[in-house]
Structure formats: structure tokens, C-alpha cells
Design a protein around this ligand. Structure first.
Ligand SMILES: NC(=O)c1ccc[n+]([C@@H]2O[C@H](COP(=O)([O-])OP(=O)(O)OC[C@H]3O[C@@H](n4cnc5c(N)ncnc54)[C@H](OP(=O)(O)O)[C@@H]3O)[C@@H](O)[C@H]2O)c1
Length: 275
């Protein structure tokens, strides 16, 4: 099994075409997709900065990836939802003369349930992380990249960005923001040598459901992907310079069917699957 996993990483290494010796900042690197982005990039000799609140899982990951790939890894425990967190992180990296070539804007979470039944502070905290921190990080690191004439930014949106979702109303709307923001930035920054790609994963086996307090229906279970292939799809789209990508065949069918159906029907379907 170990051999298979390593072999799969080797395949990704060839296909992803990310230049070695660069440094990537991965937010949300203590769990789920963040772990996969870290391993895929480390396997290509990309040095890393890992950022999330929980230090221990990132330290463990760093030990493992340094041993396997010999890359330089810095662990930055940080609450990115705190006001000014993105600027603080940028300043702390600048003080150590650490340049970020690849930004993986991945930290985020969902909140499942009726909007009015959810304490407002929980919703605004989520908006602070999913929207404000992501925007600020894109700004502070994007400006440096544009000034250098090169850089890559991957934004993690969601399949839920594509339609309104009752019981995930505010979360889905944060992801609509991420997708619209990312696609617009793609066009703005491309002439300046910076690639911006938005990844839309569908339901994936990570810590997401536990954090969101979301039930997993049998139908949703059938659509669930593993995080590794989703992360590979995102990094491959980034290296191919795409504006956005939906991960996985079934999720692409959902995305395509959205073009053919009225929004009222989309909302009803989502409520049935996720409600
Ligand atoms: N899994 C899915 O079905 C799915 C589908 C579409 C999109 N997504 C998106 O994928 C991204 C990654 O989530 P995941 O699925 O990998 O879930 P996850 O396993 O729960 O990972 C979420 C990551 O975000 C970090 N995070 C949460 N709050 C933070 C804060 N205040 N400051 C810094 N870091 C914070 C968490 O670390 P700490 O708790 O240590 O801070 C964790 O590393 C999210 O943006 C999510 O919306 C997930």
C-alpha cells in the first residue's frame, strides 16, 4: 500500500509541473486537503509554510515531509480569522526573508443548519475566514507576485459555489464569492505573470463534515471523493493556468446540469442531498 501511495505521488510529481525550489504557503495545513497539498508540493521539492491553528498536526506533517523529501518547512500556528492575521503572517515571513511563490488559500469551513438557528457570531466568524482572510492573503502575497512578474494562487471554492444551498446558505455564499473573486483575479493578474485558479471540490472525505456539523446522506456518500485526487486536480489546473476547475466526473455532471435547470430546482435538489 505504501508503495502504491508513493508511486501515485511520483506520477503527480511529473504531471503537475510545479518548479522545484519554490516556496508555497498552504493555509489549513493541519487537516484534510491541506495535508494533501503539502505532500504533493513537497514531493516536487517545493519548500513549505504550513499555516493553521493546530500546531501539533502540522509539526508531525513537517517531520514526515522533511524526512521523505528533504524540503524546508516552516510551521506557523495562526488563527487566520483574527483581524489583521494575513498582514501579520506576511510581515513575519518578510522578516525572515521568505518569499512565497505559490499561495494555496485553503483554510475554511462550513456551517450546516438553518441560518436563523445559527448564532450570528458563528456565521460572521466563518465569513471572516472564508472571505476576508482569503481576500487579504490574496492581496498581500499577490502584490509581491505581481511585482516579481510571477506567482501562483490556488483558491479553494466549492461545488456549492454554483448555486444557493438551503441549510448551507451563508457557507455556499462565501464559496460563490471565492469562485467569482478568483475567476476575476485570474483575468486581472494573468498579464502580470500571476496565475489564479479556483478549485471547486464536491463532497470530500476530510474534517469538513465534523467542523460543519453536517449529516452525510446515503446519496451524498455515493458522491464523496478522497482528498488526494481532488488536491491533484487543483494543482494540475493551477500548473495548466486554468481559471477554475470542478473536481471529479460526478461533480462535473452536477455542474453541467446546473446550466440546464432553473435555480429553484437546484435549491430543492441541494436541500434534498445536504439538508
Ligand atoms: N471536504 C469537503 O467536502 C469540501 C468541499 C468543498 C470545499 N471544501 C473546502 O476545502 C477547504 C479545506 O477544508 P477541508 O475539507 O480540508 O476540511 P478540514 O479537514 O476541516 O480542514 C480545514 C482546515 O482549515 C483550518 N482552519 C479552520 N479555521 C481556521 C482558522 N480560524 N485559522 C486558520 N486555519 C483554520 C483547519 O485548521 P485548524 O482547525 O488547525 O485551524 C484545517 O486545517 C475549505 O475551504 C472548505 O470549505 C471542502
Amino acid at each position: 500500500m505504501r508503495h502504491t501511495a508513493d508511486a501515485r505521488t511520483q506520477i503527480s510529481l511529473v504531471e503537475l509541473d510545479v518548479p522545484p525550489g519554490k516556496r508555497a504557503l498552504i493555509t489549513g495545513a493541519s487537516s484534510g486537503f491541506g495535508l494533501e497539498f503539502a505532500e504533493l508540493l513537497a514531493a516536487q521539492k517545493v519548500n513549505l509554510v504550513l499555516a493553521a491553528r493546530r500546531k501539533e498536526p502540522m509539526e508531525n506533517l513537517a517531520v514526515d515531509l522533511r524526512r521523505k523529501y528533504g524540503v524546508d518547512i516552516l510551521v506557523e500556528p495562526i488563527d487566520l480569522a483574527a483581524p489583521g492575521a494575513a498582514a501579520g503572517l506576511k510581515k513575519s515571513l518578510d522578516e525572515r526573508a521568505l518569499q512565497i511563490d505559490i499561495l494555496v488559500n485553503n483554510a475554511g469551513y462550513g456551517l450546516h443548519g438553518e441560518f436563523l438557528e445559527t448564532p450570528l457570531e458563528r456565521t460572521t466568524d466563518m465569513i471572516q475566514l472564508n472571505i476576508t482572510a482569503l481576500t487579504e492573503l490574496s492581496y498581500v502575497f499577490g502584490r509581491d507576485m505581481a511585482a516579481r512578474g510571477s506567482g501562483q494562487i490556488l483558491l479553494i471554492a466549492s461545488l456549492l459555489a454554483l448555486q444557493p444551498v438551503p441549510t448551507f446558505a451563508a457557507y455556499a455564499a462565501t464559496k460563490s464569492y471565492v469562485l467569482a473573486f478568483g475567476e476575476a483575479l485570474h483575468d486581472e493578474l494573468r498579464p502580470q505573470g500571476v496565475v489564479v485558479t479556483s478549485l471547486c471540490p464536491g463532497h470530500t472525505e476530510t474534517g469538513f463534515d465534523a467542523a460543519a456539523g453536517a449529516p452525510v446522506s446515503p446519496m451524498l456518500r455515493l458522491l464523496t471523493m478522497k482528498p488526494r485526487p481532488v488536491a491533484e486536480i487543483g494543482l494540475r489546473a493551477l500548473s495548466q493556468g486554468k481559471a477554475s476547475v470542478v473536481a471529479g466526473f460526478m461533480n462535473n455532471i452536477v455542474a453541467f446540469s446546473n446550466r440546464l435547470t432553473p435555480r429553484s430546482m437546484q435549491r430543492a435538489t441541494m436541500k434534498r442531498i445536504l439538508g
